[in-house]
Write a protein that binds this ligand. Structure first.
Ligand code: NAD
Ligand code: ZN
Length: 251
């Protein structure tokens, strides 16, 4: 198939669906200037992840993790939703897509106009912090101010617990409610559209796999091959913005 045929095929699958779910990974945000992890030049080639256990055990690991978070700030604060996000938001607005299940932590689906209640963040959000013990929320600007003033982020003012970005780190338990909601959406969908995920991080990648196994159609748009290309109904190895933008008719 050439590009026009692939776009037509995607458009057809979307047209036929009654209740679609979108599943996104870091690849949908690269066109907004946020690097992904596994592309050549991606984040993993530059630094090793900090495991949750190390964050808990070591003040030095915590400082390093905050250093990295605030080093990303210029990119995160400047990032705006791109054509791919806008196309997804339109499908949600039209009632075609019931939920966006995302591995991303950048808040760009919400920024593109998808209502909070229809975004399911499997890996949390880096746009705010919270206490690991009592869940008290901390705005990222306040944490940045502490970090810039004192070289560190303070423990929770309510209970003395450790404060961390509201993300799920390696070694940290997956969040119960989003996992449950994602499973329900996958169960109810008749089409799952994967956008920009290598589908190698489990348990997240199990969602599109389950959708296909229970009878929904599976479409994947990703520049490189993914772990689920073999079982998908449609695989498009191209950029998300152009492909989805054309399939949905947004720019
Ligand atoms: P990944 O890095 O493993 O895979 C991203 C995939 O997207 C790659 O296969 C790449 O080929 C593809 N891709 C990149 N740009 C694309 C484009 N414009 N069009 C089409 N395909 C494109 O990402 P992942 O599967 O989401 O898993 C990694 C983890 O990294 C996630 O758990 C997420 O929490 C975290 N992460 C999040 C962000 C973010 O919030 N923006 C950024 C980096 C990493
Ligand atoms: Zn607390």
């Amino acid at each position: 198939m050439d590009e026009a045929q692939e776009i037509a095929a995607l458009s057809r699958l979307i047209g036929e669906a009654r209740r679609a779910v979108v599943f996104t990974g870091a690849g949908i945000s690269t066109e907004s200037g946020i690097p992904d992890f596994r592309s050549p030049g991606g984040i993993w080639q530059q630094m090793k992840p900090i495991y949750f256990q190390d964050f808990i055990a070591s003040a030095e690991a915590r400082r390093e993790s905050w250093r990295r978070r605030f080093a990303q700030d210029p990119v995160m604060r400047g990032a705006e939703p791109n054509r791919g996000h806008r196309a997804v938001a339109r499908l949600v607005r039209e009632g075609k897509v019931s939920a966006v299940i995302t591995q991303n932590i950048d808040g760009l689906h919400q920024a593109s106009g998808v209502p909070d209640r229809q975004v399911i963040e499997l890996h949390g959000s880096t746009m705010y912090g919270h206490c690991l013990d009592c869940a008290e929320r901390y705005e990222i600007e306040d944490l940045r101010a502490q970090y810039e003033r004192d070289g560190d982020v303070h423990d929770c003012r309510a209970c003395g617990g450790l404060v961390k970005t509201a993300t799920i780190s390696f070694g940290q338990q997956m969040p119960e409610v989003p996992m449950l909601r994602a499973a329900q959406e996958i169960e109810a969908c008749d089409l799952c559209i994967v956008l920009g995920s290598s589908l190698v991080v489990y348990p997240a990648a199990a969602f599109p796999e389950t959708a296909k196994r229970k009878g929904a159609k599976l479409a994947i748009v990703n520049r490189e091959a993914t772990g689920l290309d073999d079982i998908a109904d449609l695989v498009i190895h191209r950029g998300i913005g152009d492909v989805l933008g054309a399939a949905v008719g947004t720019n």
